[in-house]
Design a protein around this ligand. Structure first.
Ligand code: S3P
Length: 426
């Protein structure tokens, strides 16, 4: 894909469904009794991996159209041993959350994913799930997938996580459904809480107090109607494009603005962005809004501490935005970026430097001096969807041609991204 400088991005856009919520709708629908209807499902490759895994465990999932699913749940003990290895593709959420579920089954499963998944740390779930009584082996002995999981009757635990990770928290809470007493998870900072909210709506007894979430075992989960809001992580590229592209005004409709996910709105507000939040809806504790964004004069900022989990997936595009702000932007406490779909600290530094940005990678983030114009370059996406989309936005605001290699990886979370971006040009 090749991008050149543009201006005057105008129009309205509805981004696809939230990836985190879409995964959970399939998983919890499979574990519930009866029918779960999902509207606004994200048909991205990651969520299709989740569907595939549950079909292989005997769950019937009808795709009425790409965004509407009917899931015929079979209850907490209704999954069957898959005939083959489960393939979680590129999806960390599928890998980690399913591991929590598989820990409580009375069969053995092996799961693995693509080259990126096979490098991502799984010790963070192996440790707590093993403490609960599951037998989990990293088949290459490196703490990564492939994983062989033999489920057992589990014990409830109170586990304190080292990192604020919703995937780790959710894996433990899901295993807690199969425990012999309540399970509690305390995190260093609050990560996204979609699991807690949605499990509660399915009938689980989930409580939260500060950064501790707890769950009681063996509830009767019942099928639900789930309306998935648009993904704020996908909206982020249009927020960025709207802010930095001259003469722009964009309305991004139906975006989930859960406070554990809205860090980008808080940061852009602090940088001086012209964004109006127009609330529209609230389902099961998931607030939704339309976002109106106009070209803005931005100031650099500091991103750190408890804010980081609320915008962890948006940091690549925030780094692009920072190049167009005056002054310095400092991002710290974000070492987790190194273990995402790619090492996002190194990959952002490599690619933004190639475009002429002044960026210094650090151990737990990066420092960007804004105000230096970007020029086109050949960008290696490292097959990381969020890198490809971030550099599409950068390329629209750079001199010359920006060529993105491996651009099709956007299908992981946003099939149709380039088409949607193209509509805003005319
Ligand atoms: C996700 C949690 C985050 C996020 C990922 C989706 C989820 O990962 O980066 O894209 O759906 O729970 P961590 O839990 O590893 O921080």
């Amino acid at each position: 894909m090749i991008f050149t400088r543009t201006k005057n991005l105008k129009g309205s856009i509805t981004v696809p469904g939230d990836k985190s919520i879409s995964h959970r709708a399939v998983m919890f629908g499979a574990l519930a009794e009866g029918l779960t209807e999902v509207e606004g499902f994200l048909p991205g490759a990651d969520c299709l991996s989740t569907i595939d895994c549950f079909r292989r465990m005997g769950i019937s999932i009808e795709e009425q159209d790409a965004a509407r699913l009917l899931i015929h749940g079979k209850g907490l003990h209704g999954l069957k041993k898959p005939a083959d290895i489960l393939d979680t593709g590129n999806s960390g959420t599928t890998t980690r959350l399913i591991s929590g579920i598989l820990s409580g089954q009375d069969f053995e499963t092996t799961l693995t994913g693509d080259a990126s998944i096979q490098k991502r740390p799984m010790g963070r779930i192996i440790e707590p799930l093993s403490l609960m009584g599951a037998s989990i082996e990293s088949l290459k002995g490196n703490g990564c997938a492939p994983l062989r999981i033999q489920g057992h009757p589990l014990h409830g635990i109170h586990y304190t996580t080292k990192v604020a990770s919703a995937q780790v928290k959710s894996a433990i809470l899901l295993a807690g459904l199969y425990g012999d007493c309540p399970t509690l998870v305390t995190e260093p900072a609050l990560s996204r809480n979609h699991t807690e909210l949605m499990l509660r709506s399915f009938g689980a007894k989930v409580r939260t107090e500060g950064t501790t979430a707890s769950i009681e075992p063996e509830p009767q989960l019942s099928g639900q109607k789930i309306r998935v809001p648009g993904d704020i992580s996908s909206a982020a590229y249009f927020l960025a494009a709207g802010c930095i592209t001259p003469g722009s005004e964009l309305l991004i409709q139906n975006v989930g603005i859960n406070p554990t996910r809205d860090g980008i709105l808080r940061v852009l507000n602090g940088m001086g962005a012209d964004i109006t939040i127009l609330p529209t809806d609230n389902h099961d504790g998931e607030p939704v809004a339309d976002l109106l964004v106009r070209t803005s004069h931005l100031q650099g900022c500091v991103l750190e501490g408890e804010l980081i989990p609320a915008l962890i997936d948006e940091i690549p595009v925030i780094a692009v935005i920072a190049c167009f702000a005056s002054g310095t932007t400092v991002i710290r406490d974000a070492a987790e970026l190194k273990v995402k779909e790619s090492n996002r600290i190194d990959v952002m530094a490599e690619n933004l430097s190639a475009m002429g940005a002044h960026i210094t990678p650090t151990e737990d983030g990066m420092i960007i001096e804004g105000g230096y114009p970007l020029h086109g370059a050949v960008i290696d996406s490292h097959l990381d969807h969020r890198i490809a989309m971030s550099f599409a936005v950068a390329g629209l605001n750079a001199d010359g041609e920006t060529e993105i290699r491996g651009a099709e990886c956007v299908n992981i979370s946003y099939p149709g991204f380039y088409t949607d971006l193209g509509y805003l040009h005319s």
